[in-house]
Design a protein around this ligand. Structure first.
Ligand SMILES: O=C[C@H](O)[C@H](O)COP(=O)(O)O
Ligand SMILES: C=C(OP(=O)(O)O)C(=O)O
Length: 350
């Protein structure tokens, strides 16, 4: 007879234990003033999605945070620029602390803050929450991709916009998670380019769910969610084929309307829309701006992958260049500043 399957780990290593969400949030609390600020950021994003505010939502920042100091340096520059374009753009910073990988690779600050495979996840969680707190305190709304549902209760009080990525939009777990978030959620089309799964994700997330979750004290709990009405499609292209053209946007808008969903979309200027060449992001952005100027109000947002310096670098511990992406290639700060300033000017002229 087979031995009964044991679900307990063979050995328990105390060094691998993590803080509970409650413990981390007590160490790095959300002050009432910061809580108000996050609430205001969320309201501003919802107003755009509801069509009450006609500014363009721009989610911009590094592909991934590998160095919190460089991310903060970037955030300070962005926080200085944001008020100068605030009449036309609502700037939200990408603070991506976990990364989905096509096969394997570094999975982000939360998993491996030392970037050397040592995987100090406890420190990774601390660094991630601490950074998000500092960025929100600069009055920049914080955006992230929620990939591991267990991480949400460690961070969700700080998030104003959440991505469910191309590799997880079809996952029921992520739809359940989105249904309980107060932040707005963008569902990306699949890596194949298929958009239908994102529409289905929006329908699912709008409903209430009951699912397996983790409470503040780390205990499993049955989580009830109210449903999230503030979701939208993110067009990111697929298999190196862009999907931001006016024809693609029209097709997506019709599909949303036929599904009874609000016709609101964000275009990700990077990924397959840029055919994985970061320099093409400007081209995509200018095209989308042209569509907006021609009157397409369903295009409510843009996403840009940008860091302090252009390009990307291989992840070689001890030999990393400051402010250069270790995941997807990004545009540099000067290009970003010019692009956002140009975008605001063009929208003013419309
Ligand atoms: O934006 C990030 C990447 O495109 C995604 O995480 C996949 O990365 P990979 O193909 O380098 O693993
Ligand atoms: C991983 C990302 O995007 P996608 O899910 O579109 O590949 C990202 O925006 O970092």
């Amino acid at each position: 007879m087979n031995a009964p399957v044991s679900l307990a780990p063979a050995t328990y290593d105390a060094a691998s234990s993590l803080p509970t969400p409650g413990e981390l949030c007590r160490d790095l609390p959300l002050s009432p003033a910061l809580g108000e600020r996050v609430a205001a950021h969320r309201r501003a994003i919802r107003a755009i999605l509801d069509g009450q505010d006609h500014r363009l939502l721009v989610v911009v920042g590094p592909c991934s945070v590998d160095d919190p100091e460089a991310a903060l340096d970037y955030a300070r520059r962005l926080a200085e620029l944001a008020p100068k374009v605030a009449d036309r753009l609502l700037i939200v910073m990408r603070v991506y602390i976990e990364k989905p990988r096509t096969t394997v690779g570094w999975k982000g600050l939360a998993y491996d803050p030392d970037l050397d495979g040592s995987g100090d996840m406890s420190r990774g969680l601390h660094a991630s929450r601490s950074l998000m707190r500092e960025i929100a305190a600069l009055d920049l709304p914080v955006a992230t991709e929620l990939l591991q549902p267990m991480l949400a209760p460690y961070l969700d009080d700080l998030l104003s916009w959440v991505a469910i990525g191309a590799r997880t939009t079809e996952s029921q777990l992520h739809r359940e998670l989105a249904s309980g978030l107060e932040a707005a959620v963008g569902f990306k089309n699949a890596t194949s380019g298929e958009c239908q799964i994102a529409l289905e994700a929006m329908q699912s997330a709008a409903h209430s769910h009951r699912y397996f979750a983790m409470a503040e004290d780390g205990r499993p709990m049955a989580q009830e969610t109210p449903g999230n009405p503030h979701t939208h499609l993110v067009l990111r292209g697929g298999h190196d084929e862009p999907n931001y053209s006016a024809a693609h946007v029209l097709a997506a808008r019709r599909a949303l309307q036929e599904a009874g969903l609000a016709p609101r979309m964000m275009v990700d200027c990077s990924h397959a829309n840029a055919r994985k060449d970061h320099r093409r992001q400007s081209e995509v952005l200018l095209d989308v701006l042209g569509q907006r100027q021609a009157g397409d109000a369903s295009l409510v947002g843009l996403m840009i992958e940008s860091h302090l310096h252009e390009g990307k670098q291989p992840l070689v511990p001890g030999r990393l260049r400051y402010g250069v992406s270790v995941t997807d290639a990004c545009i540099g700060w000067e290009t970003t500043e010019n692009l956002l300033t140009t975008a605001a000017e063009r929208l003013r002229a419309t």
